[in-house]
Design a protein around this ligand. Structure first.
Ligand SMILES: [Fe+2]
Ligand SMILES: [Fe+2]
Length: 377
């Protein structure tokens, strides 16, 4: 086995991650972003000095990043994030050359932090693979955020998730980046809801739509970058517990009652437990799976925590998307309702099930954006 990567390279990776994280949190001209990019430039100079090189080249190979012949130290959170940053943007080779300016550095960091295609400059060379990620970005650039191909990929990722929680989770995370890209690149402010082909795939299509609607809500509050991605992933996985519910209960026509209703209610807790057992799954996803049917006013719904409490903000956003999409889509027991009727139902639930402020914001997003496709539209 190779030993750990030299310190200056480690430091460069840390500064790279920090510059990207910082830009995800603050505006491009914020002093914190300026400082972070200056630190990255200094770390690059130090790494070039230490290796007596004019440039440092990173190669993404599978789950590793290699510099020279040495893979960067595995197990470091910074390295893990760096690998993930490169692979999700389809970057297989990255060269940073001595002389990189703070301005170039800010331009380079931008797409990694807020979405877009990484580009080269005088001191940055970006080699991108012709891979799914790139194709996904190109599809997004052609304003087809939910093309049938990206839906097929998402469907496959769901199937992979059923088979192999951890590996499938990685693919689902890429799906969420695709959704974010799609939303941020649409020429008009359109939320491109997925069409429903048949009832069997209700949970899949519903999950995609709830993720899209939750990302749209969060974006309206200025949330970007990794935080937006975490929240979109949590929303995508909100109903994962339904995979454990027998199909005869899940697809039963008519309202569920008695024992069957109890079984269905169990999906929230089952989902949270399932996600707890998947390595790499973020606590936010566990929380949203558990809380997405809990009420804003703390009146017991399901599941019932020991102490009544208000659900987390992301659970509340997911809950609004959840109710809206469920109403707008034909399901085994109910026909699709028009969009304004669904918004009316949400307005009635404001103050009890949902935070009135969030409902108002959601209604504004939906009416101002228009929803493309969608079974009920
Ligand atoms: Fe649910
Ligand atoms: Fe749901």
């Amino acid at each position: 086995m190779n030993g750990p990567a030299p310190d200056p390279i480690d430091r460069l990776v840390v500064q790279l991650d920090q510059a990207i994280n910082c830009r995800a949190l603050y505006s491009a001209t914020h002093p914190n972003v300026l400082r972070a990019t200056e630190r990255m430039v200094a770390a690059l100079e130090a790494a070039c000095d230490a290796r007596h090189e004019a440039a440092i080249t990173f190669l993404a190979v599978g789950d590793d990043v290699v510099v020279g012949r040495e893979p960067l130290g595995r197990g470091s959170l910074y390295v893990e994030q760096f690998v993930h940053l490169l692979t999700r943007r389809g970057v297989e080779r990255l060269t940073l050359a001595r002389g990189l300016t703070a301005d170039e550095c800010r331009a380079f960091v931008e797409p990694f932090a807020v979405g877009g295609v990484p580009a080269g400059s005088a001191h940055v060379e970006v080699g991108r693979v012709k891979a799914k990620v790139k194709e996904g970005l190109e599809a997004a650039a052609s304003h087809e955020p939910l093309s049938s191909r990206s839906l097929d990929e998402a469907r496959e990722a769901f199937t992979a998730f059923r088979r192999d929680g951890r590996g499938g989770l990685r693919r689902l995370e890429d799906v969420v980046w695709g959704l974010i890209e799609g939303l941020s690149r649409a020429t008009r402010e359109v939320i491109p809801l997925a069409p429903l082909k048949d009832h069997d795939e209700y949970t899949f299509v519903h999950s995609i739509n709830v993720s899209l609607l939750t990302i749209a809500q969060a974006r309206a509050f200025g949330i970007q970058g990794d935080k937006l991605h975490d929240l979109g992933t949590a929303a995508l996985l909100h109903d994962v517990g339904k995979l454990k519910i027998p199909l005869e209960v899940l697809n039963r026509p008519g309202r569920l009652e008695g024992e069957q209703w109890k079984i269905m209610q169990g999906h929230a807790e089952l989902g949270a437990r399932h996600l707890c057992g998947i390595e790499g799954c973020r606590p936010l996803a566990v929380l949203v799976a558990y809380e997405h049917h809990m009420r804003y006013d703390g009146v017991p719904s399901y599941p019932q925590p020991r102490q009544a409490r208000r659900p987390n903000l992301v659970s509340q956003l997911t809950s609004i998307s959840d109710v809206f999409d469920a109403l707008c889509t034909t399901r085994p027991y109910s026909k699709a309702r028009p969009r304004d009727v669904a918004l009316g139902v949400l307005a009635e639930r404001a103050g009890t099930f949902h935070d009135p402020f969030l409902v108002e914001s959601f209604a504004r997003i939906v009416t101002e954006s228009g929803l493309a496709l969608g079974d009920g539209s």
